[in-house]
Design a protein. Structure first.
Length: 323
């Protein structure tokens, strides 16, 4: 059932990418009101999540029959568009602290809503995305250091006042996995076993013991990298990483060749978003990072992420073809 649904989502995503490849990307650049309308629609969708039932301890989806819609995914892309527009107009005035603070307000409003759901992983992705685009836009070093200090202060305060108990358990189990080997540390232990048992050639598609017998949790989403490593081995993940690297490189080439700041910042932002999610997802599977629920772009099961990613790629194709 999940495979058939994902095929349908893939077909819809390819269609969406094709449609937006003919769409004139300058409609975003030249129409700030369109961006603001999309931004506020995302905020309304995030607020609405607080009134839906919890699914696995979080409120991240609108359940419509067999389909779950995740408004966090389009919010990421809309923020990239908004920040690209904001900084493309102010790139020569990045020394002014008010520009940094105002851009931070745009990011922090949806970020706080996402944090309260709670979705700590997506919250961190948005903050990292904002800081990375600030760096590309030319933020001063002292301003960057101030942001780093504020970020560290926030993380310290989060431990005492904001993080849920299960989030603390995940972090503690990451630092000291021997404390709860059958509790919070179970997932990453099984992920490491799955990756190690794959060897060079893997155990074969549908033959992985950790994946097929239920030892590996969420093998279609949070731990799909481990599932691929177990069943397709080093060769399989090597091919996967090569394909993802080619995609990132092509996106960066569009950013480098862009003639103006808006398409350059949009392409750079999308590359940053994909790289950060890939890096964190693989790090979670290898036990290098605590489990914070980050899926592998274009690979993990999920229609919302797939549709939104192909939508963004369609905008990139429009930038590439229309200049």
């Amino acid at each position: 059932m999940n495979f058939k649904k994902q095929i349908i989502f893939l077909a819809a995503s390819l269609f969406l990418m094709a449609v937006f490849s003919f769409f004139d990307w300058r409609s975003f650049k030249d129409n700030p009101y369109l961006i603001l309308v999309l931004y506020f629609l995302c905020l309304l969708a995030l607020v609405g999540l607080f009134f839906v039932p919890e699914i696995r301890g979080t409120r991240s989806w609108y359940k419509l029959g067999p389909i779950s819609i995740d408004p966090i995914e389009p919010t990421k892309i809309i923020l990239i568009i908004l920040l690209a527009k904001f900084f493309s107009l102010r790139h020569i005035e990045m020394y002014r602290i008010r520009h940094i603070l105002l851009s931070g307000v745009y990011v922090m409003i949806p970020a706080i809503l996402i944090f309260r759901q709670p979705d700590f992983g997506s919250f961190l992705i948005l903050i990292f995305l904002w800081v990375a685009i600030l760096i590309i836009s030319g933020i001063k070093i002292r301003h960057f250091l101030i942001l780093v200090l504020l970020g560290l202060l926030f993380l310290i305060l989060s431990w005492g006042f904001l993080l849920k108990d299960y989030q603390k358990e995940r972090i503690i189990s990451f630092i000291q996995p021997q404390i709860e080997p059958l509790g919070a540390g179970w997932s990453q232990a099984q992920s490491k076993i799955a990756i190690g048992s794959g060897g060079i050639f893997g155990q074969g598609i549908g033959q992985g013991s950790q994946t097929q017998y239920g030892f590996l949790p969420a093998p279609q989403t949070d731990f799909i990298f481990a599932a691929i490593a177990e069943e397709m081995g080093l060769i399989g993940i090597g091919i996967l990483l090569a394909l993802l690297s080619i995609l990132i490189w092509r996106i960066l080439k569009i950013a480098i060749s862009a003639q103006t700041n808006f398409p350059r910042l949009f392409a750079s932002g999308l590359a940053i978003l994909l790289v950060s999610q890939i890096f964190i997802h693989i790090g979670m599977n290898l036990g290098l990072f605590p489990i914070i629920g980050i899926s592998l772009p274009l690979v993990s099961y999920g229609g919302s992420s797939l549709l939104v990613t192909f939508w963004a790629l369609g905008i990139l194709l429009s930038i590439r073809s229309k200049g």
